[in-house]
Design a protein around this ligand. Structure first.
Ligand SMILES: [Zn+2]
Length: 340
């Protein structure tokens, strides 16, 4: 399979992550992409460096004030007296808020959902290159590849129209879906198999009938992102019926994971999309530092066989999956099985 990557992700190396009250090293670090790329290349997949892309689809998915915050906010931040090197919010608009304020501290609170998405000097360049990777994968599909993979880093599926969240800044899979719609695909389906709910992707397309969003993930009642991902979220307005959440119990094994993916694929087949986009998290793995599932390498292989039976083109974009000895092996098992 052709795999698209970029070295520009390295400029994003987040130093701040507050976990249960302690400042710890973010698991979303450059090493992740190194492991994934070297494993895929060693397994014989063809690596292609991403070209720069235009930003039209990006501006249709994310708001102008949010893109400006991500690109330029750091300059305002580091000019503050005693500022740290990364934008980390310490105040958030809560449900009683009434205004968008102009101060960079207020904008940080407005646009960053949590402390897992600090914005440093190199964050914009890396996030933008991650979108380039997604759009380059779309180009490969448009030129006739049946399957293609994008090694997106940072990941994207938690990013909302104007909010960074959970290691994500720009929603790569949403931008690719929008770009494919703009270039003629009538219907696009997104299947997200990261262990966390694809909440940003859901929010972006929640009122639209042209992009089906399906997410298989751990029950959010006791797991991030907590506030969405429940089975009763179906979409709204014209989008009603075009959002599907398949939450699974913590401790779920290969059989439960693959069954849910098969159920998701039946929704995809019913929808009849021109193209299927896979938001591929590998954090359902039982050895992942964040995982609460018992999915094995063979589970990813079976999941990919189930997905790979689909008859239309499949674009796969990387989401989560954190450093552990089997991270690369899990990616290779998935990609090989997609190709059959
Ligand atoms: Zn995840």
């Amino acid at each position: 399979m052709k795999i698209v990557y970029s070295d520009r992700h390295r400029s994003h190396d987040p130093q701040t992550f507050i976990h249960r009250g302690s400042l710890v090293k973010s698991p979303e670090r450059p090493e992740r992409a190194d492991i994934l790329l070297s494993s895929a290349v060693a397994a014989g997949h063809e690596a292609i460096e991403a070209n720069r892309t235009g930003g039209l689809a990006l501006t249709r998915v994310h708001t102008a004030r949010y893109l400006d915050f991500l690109e330029n906010g750091i300059n305002e931040w580091i000019a503050l007296p005693n500022a740290g090197p990364e934008i980390v919010p310490n105040t958030h608009p809560n449900r009683f808020a009434s205004h968008y304020a102009s101060h960079i501290i207020a904008r940080a609170g407005f646009h960053q959902a949590d402390t897992a998405c600090p914005v440093g000097r190199g964050t914009w360049a890396a996030a933008r290159s991650s979108v380039d990777i997604a759009l380059n994968v779309g180009d490969l599909i448009a030129r006739g590849q049946r399957h293609a993979y994008g090694l997106c880093r940072p990941p994207g599926h938690h990013a909302c129209t104007e909010m960074a969240w959970g290691f994500c800044y720009l929603n790569n899979v949403a931008v690719l879906a929008e770009s494919m719609r703009m270039s003629g695909a009538e219907r696009v389906a997104i299947l997200d198999i990261d262990i966390h709910h694809g909440n940003g992707t859901q929010q972006i397309f929640y009122e639209r009938p042209d992009v089906l969003t399906v997410s298989v993930h751990a029950d959010p009642d006791r797991f991030p992102v907590f506030f969405s991902g429940y089975a009763d979220e179906f979409g709204s307005g014209a989008g009603e019926g075009f959002n599907v959440n398949l939450p699974l119990e913590h401790g779920s094994d290969d059989a439960a994971f693959v069954d849910a993916i098969a159920a998701g694929m039946r929704k995809v087949e019913d929808f009849g999309p021109d193209v299927l986009l896979i938001a591929l998290g590998l954090d359902a793995y039982r050895g992942d530092p964040l995982s609460v599932f018992e999915v094995t390498t063979n589970g990813f292989r079976q999941a990919a066989e189930t997905i790979g039976a689909f008859n239309e083109p499949i674009a796969i974009l990387q989401e989560g999956g954190y450093p552990c000895p089997e991270l690369g092996e899990n990616l290779v098992a998935f990609l090989d099985a997609i190709d059959g």
